[in-house]
Design a protein around this ligand. Structure first.
Ligand code: FAD
Length: 463
C-alpha cells in the first residue's frame, strides 16, 4: 500500500551509479526504490544487462575512498573476505609506451575485485539500509509528469512476467540506467530541447579471461598494466582479484581487436609492448573462455547546457558520461556524482536539476573528461580537434611518463592524478614541472634486460 505522506525517491538502474545514488538518497527520503530489469539480490556473477561485468572494472583510489565514506568498513570487509590489496603506485607494474614507470609507495590502497563482486559488496550494504527497497526484474517504460510537464511525479514500469504496467509515485527520480538511458528521448517527447551529445570514435575492443596461477611470477606485485600508446595501440590489465583468481583484459583501439580463440588471444598477448604478461601466462591455467566487448565511442551528454528541465528528475553515472573504459573512471565518477547529489539534497529544498548538472559537470566530470580526451586524441586516427592546449597536454604527459621511468616520486604523483585523488592541475605545479623536465630530457630510462622465464607444460604452451 502506497503511503502517500512518505517522501519517495525512485532510482532507475541498480548498478554502481544507482547504488551510490540510493545510498545518499536514503539519508533524505523516507523511501528509496531501486528499479532494475535484472535479478540483483544474491547475484555475484555477471548480469545480462551489465555486460561490462565480465571485464576488468578497476576502482580508482578516489572511488574507493568515497565508497569507504559511504559504506564505512567496506574495504576491510573485502580484504578480510580475500580480495587482494596493494599500493597503486608501489605494487603495480605500470608500463607507458613499453617503458616501466619506477614503483613508489604512496599510500594509495587498491583492492581489485571483479566487477560483479564489487557490485555485490556495494549492493548488500545499500540493500541493508532501512529506507531502501529493490524492484528487481522490472522494465522501466517511461516517466509520469504533471499535466504541464514541468514536474516528474513517477515512473511507469512492468514486471518481467506481468501482463500490465504499473506506476510508482516519486518525489524525485534519478536515472542511472547507463549508456542506453532513455532520458534524452523522454525529454524531447515531453517537449524539452534535445540534450547536446559529444561522442569520440575510439573503436575499442576488450577481451577478458580469468586464470589460476600455479605460482606467482610477479614477485608479489598486484598487477601488470602495459598502457596502449599511439606507437603500440594495444594494452592490457592483468591483476590479482577475488577468489584467488587473476583477471586479464587485453584491448586494442581503432578496430585492432584481440581475437577470442585461445591461440589467437595468446598471440595478441605476445604482441603487447612488454613480455611480462605473456611470461606470467606460462604459469596460469584458464578458468573460462576469452570473452569480447566492443566500445565504439565515448559519450558525454551535456545536461549542464540545458536551459530548461523538468523538476523531480536527475541523471547520474554512465547515463551522463561514458568514458573510455581503459582509464577506469566510470565507477569513481559515479561515486563522486553521489556526493554532488548529496549536497543538493542537503540544501533543504527539492534539488534544482539545472544547478545539479552544472555542479556535476564542473566538480566531477570536466577534469577526467578533458584529461582522457586529450590522451585519446594522441592517436592520429581518432577524430577530433587538436587545439594547442590539447597538443601541449599530450607533449607534457609524454614527458611525465618518461620522467616516471627515472623517478618513482613522479610515478606516484601521476598515479594520484590518474586515480583522481589529486586534480590534474597537481601535475602542473611549477616545481613538479621543473622536476619532470629535468628527469625527462634524456627520454625514458632504458628497460633492464629481461630475465628468462622457463616455459612450463600447461598454460600458454598448451594453446
Ligand atoms: C567494457 C567496460 C569496462 C569498464 N571498465 C571500467 C573500469 O575498469 N573502471 C571503472 O571505474 N569503470 C569502468 N567501466 C565503466 C563502469 O562499468 C560504469 O561507469 C559503472 O558501472 C557505472 O555505470 P552505471 O551504474 O551508470 O550504469 P550500468 O552499469 O550500465 O548499469 C545500468 C543499470 O540499469 C539497468 N537498466 C538499464 N535500462 C533499464 C530499463 N529500461 N529497465 C530496467 N533496468 C534498466 C541495467 O540492468 C543496469 O543494471 C567500464 C565500462 C565498460 C563498458
Amino acid at each position: 500500500m502506497d503511503n502517500v505522506t512518505n517522501t519517495r525517491a525512485v532510482v532507475l538502474g541498480g548498478s554502481i551509479a544507482g547504488l551510490f545514488a540510493a545510498r545518499v538518497l536514503a539519508d533524505a527520503y523516507d523511501e528509496v526504490v531501486v528499479v532494475d530489469r535484472d535479478r540483483l539480490a544474491g547475484v555475484s556473477g555477471p548480469r545480462r544487462s551489465r555486460p561490462q561485468g565480465r571485464h576488468i572494472n578497476a576502482l580508482h583510489c578516489r572511488g574507493r575512498l568515497v565508497m569507504e565514506e559511504l559504506f564505512p568498513g567496506i574495504t576491510a570487509q573485502m580484504i578480510a573476505d580475500g580480495c587482494p590489496s596493494g599500493d597503486m603506485a608501489g605494487d603495480v607494474r605500470w608500463y607507458f609506451d613499453g617503458k616501466r614507470a619506477l614503483p613508489h609507495f604512496v599510500d594509495l590502497l587498491a583492492v581489485p575485485a571483479t566487477a560483479p563482486v564489487m557490485e555485490r559488496y556495494i549492493r548488500e550494504r545499500t540493500q541493508a539500509l532501512p529506507a531502501v527497497t529493490f524492484m528487481e526484474q522490472h522494465e522501466i517504460l517511461g516517466l509520469v509528469t504533471t499535466a504541464d510537464r514541468s514536474q516528474v511525479t513517477g515512473v511507469r514500469l512492468q514486471g518481467l512476467n506481468a501482463d500490465a504496467e504499473e506506476t510508482v509515485r516519486a518525489d524525485l527520480v534519478v536515472d542511472a540506467t547507463g549508456r542506453g538511458s532513455r532520458t534524452p528521448v523522454w525529454l524531447t517527447q515531453l517537449g524539452y530541447p534535445e540534450v547536446e551529445e559529444e561522442k569520440t570514435k575510439i573503436g575499442l575492443g576488450y577481451v577478458t579471461q580469468h586464470y589460476t596461477l600455479r605460482e606467482d611470477p610477479w614477485k608479489g606485485d598486484l598487477a601488470i598494466i602495459p598502457v596502449a600508446s599511439p606507437r603500440v595501440p594495444r594494452g592490457a590489465i592483468f591483476t590479482k582479484t577475488d577468489g584467488g583468481k587473476v583477471e586479464l583484459t587485453v584491448y586494442g583501439l581503432l578496430g585492432d581487436h584481440p581475437p577470442t580463440d585461445q591461440a589467437g588471444f595468446y598471440d595478441f598477448v605476445k604482441s603487447l609492448a612488454v613480455p611480462d604478461i605473456y611470461d606470467a601466462l606460462q604459469h596460469a591455467d584458464p578458468l573460462d573462455e576469452p570473452v569480447a566487448f566492443r566500445f565504439p565511442t565515448t559519450i558525454r551528454r551535456r545536461y549542464e547546457k540545458m536551459t530548461s528541465f523538468p523538476a523531480g528528475l536527475l541523471v547520474t553515472g554512465d547515463a551522463v558520461t561514458c568514458f573510455n573504459p581503459v582509464y577506469a573512471q566510470g565507477q569513481t565518477v559515479a561515486a563522486l556524482s553521489a556526493l554532488v547529489l548529496r549536497r543538493h539534497l542537503h540544501s533543504g529544498v527539492a534539488p534544482d536539476p539545472l544547478q545539479y548538472f552544472k555542479d556535476l559537470a564542473h566538480d566531477v566530470i570536466d577534469a577526467p573528461w578533458e584529461m582522457t580526451h586529450t590522451v585519446d586524441l594522441s592517436y592520429p586516427e581518432v577524430p577530433g580537434r587538436r587545439t594547442l592546449k590539447v597538443r601541449i597536454g599530450q607533449a607534457y604527459l609524454a614527458r611525465v611518463q618518461a620522467a616516471a621511468t627515472r623517478d618513482g616520486s613522479i610515478t606516484a604523483a601521476y598515479m594520484r592524478a590518474a586515480g583522481m585523488v589529486d586534480p590534474p592541475s597537481a601535475l602542473m605545479r611549477p616545481a613538479f614541472m621543473l622536476k619532470v623536465l629535468r628527469k625527462s630530457w634524456r627520454g625514458p630510462a632504458p628497460t633492464p634486460p629481461r630475465q628468462a622465464i622457463q616455459p612450463v607444460a600447461a598454460g600458454v604452451q598448451a594453446a
